[in-house]
Write a protein that binds this ligand. Structure first.
Ligand SMILES: C[S@@+](CC[C@H](N)C(=O)[O-])C[C@H]1O[C@@H](n2cnc3c(N)ncnc32)[C@H](O)[C@@H]1O
Length: 292
């Protein structure tokens, strides 16, 4: 099962596929709101807020984090230029509808981008881990170091995307077989492809090894009152996975077909309707300063 799941998942093409459409953006809007409820701030309170500030958000998706940061800075009287970069611009709002300080640009961050060298006081990265599962952190951290001014700060937030936790309400006896099966399939598929997300549990070590200073690592537990939202968020991801399996007519011997996965997914949805929650446990964050 897991072998079939992994056979067609490629992090380097996943984010540019036509299926990353308005539904993906809607899911990212919800995820942004859930992240903010979990962490409680956009920018780590220890980061400088002196004007003018130049901030980059790498893998910015629909720009929701930057738009909220614009509001926060506007209220605090901080003047800033807020630049978002993403390989897929399909979910960028129209420039005319963005706040005046926010600019979004299509860019493959895993390719050289010399024109941005040394421009930024703060570089923010969130939920980029699935893209790094194959390459490791080196390509991303090289870009972050290049973009930052000397003494500039990285703020990075990740959850372990291969570690779905399935939680039934205590002593309610609600089955979670289908949810657990999909969770195990995804973990086995990720392991089978040699994806390594272990860096997410040691973001502080990783950025320290890259020469960052004043490194602070924090782990935020997801709140139980947000489990429903996280569950819906991940069900949307799981639903999209059906397309990665072959149709039964095309591959009758496949251990998992699109039809069998869809059936399993529907059972998983039924379990969540009984109260089973799907979440990733924690959001891990690190802040570090580039050497002067
Ligand atoms: C899980 S989404 C997170 C979006 C946003 N950071 C957030 O938290 O709402 C990952 C984003 O990284 C982008 N991405 C993936 N690979 C990229 C690359 N090589 N260069 C730039 N962006 C990339 C995807 O298009 C997607 O918008």
């Amino acid at each position: 099962m897991a072998q079939s799941a992994s056979a067609t998942f490629d992090p380097s093409t996943y984010w540019t596929a036509p299926a990353r459409n308005f539904r993906t953006s809607a899911r990212l809007h919800m995820q942004h709101s859930l992240c903010q409820k979990t962490i409680g701030y956009l920018l780590d309170p220890t980061l400088p807020r002196g004007s003018p500030l130049r901030v980059a958000d790498l893998g910015c998706g629909n720009g929701a984090w930057l738009c909220d940061l614009h509001d926060e800075f506007a209220k605090a009287g901080v003047s800033a230029q807020l630049d978002g970069y993403d390989i897929n611009p399909v979910n960028f709002p129209a420039p005319a509808f963005l706040p005046s300080t926010v600019h979004l640009k299509q860019l493959d961050l895993l390719k050289p981008c010399e024109e941005l060298t040394g421009l930024y006081d703060i570089v923010h990265v969130r939920a980029f881990g699935s893209t790094l599962a194959k390459t490791g952190v080196a390509p991303l951290l090289s870009v972050v170091l290049a973009l930052l001014k000397p003494g500039g700060y990285l703020q990075w937030e990740e959850s372990k995307v291969d570690r779905f936790l399935i939680e039934s309400p205590p002593s309610a006896g609600i089955p979670s077989v289908a949810c657990n099966t999909i969770s195990r399939m995804l973990k086995a598929g990720s392991d089978g492809q040699g994806h390594d997300n272990s860096f997410i549990d040691k973001l502080d070590q990783v950025v320290t090894e890259y020469g960052f200073e004043d490194v602070h690592f924090k782990v935020f537990e997801k709140r139980k009152q947000d489990y429903k939202g996280w569950t819906e968020d991940f069900l949307m991801v799981w639903e999209e996975l059906a397309d990665m399996f072959p149709l039964k007519a095309q591959a009758p011997d496949s251990p998992v077909t699109r039809e069998s996965f869809t059936e399993l997914f529907q059972k998983a949805v039924a379990e969540t309707e009984q109260g089973v929650a799907i979440h990733l446990g924690t959001i891990n964050t690190v802040v570090g300063r580039k050497a002067m």
